[in-house]
Write a protein that binds this ligand. Sequence first.
Ligand SMILES: [Zn+2]
Length: 111
Amino acid sequence: MKCAHCGRDIDNKAVICVHCGKSIMQENTDMISRMLLPVGRSGYAITAGYLALFSVLIVPAPLAFIFGLLAYFDIKKNPQKHGLGRAWFGIIMGALGTLILLWFIFQIMMR
Ligand SMILES: [Zn+2]
C-alpha cells in the first residue's frame, strides 16, 4: 500500500511510514472523529438537523425544510462535505411539520 502522507510504498502491516515517519493509523482515527464530530459537514446540514429536531414544535418546520434543501444541494455540489442524512432529516421532518402547520392555519382560518 501507499502512505497517505507521502505517497511512497510501505508495508501493508506498517503502523508508521518508514519514509516520512507519520502514523498510518492516523487516517482511521480521523475517520472516526469525523463521524462523531461535525467536521467537514455542510453547515446547512447541521442547521437543518437541529431545526428538524425542533420541528416537533411545528413552527421551525418550514425553516428545517429550506435548510434541508440547501444542505442537500450544498452536499451535491461539494461531495467532500458530509451530512446528507441530516439534510434528508431536515427535508422530511420539515415537510411533515409544514403540512401540520398549514393544517393548523387552515383550521384557525375556517373558524
Ligand atoms: Zn509516508
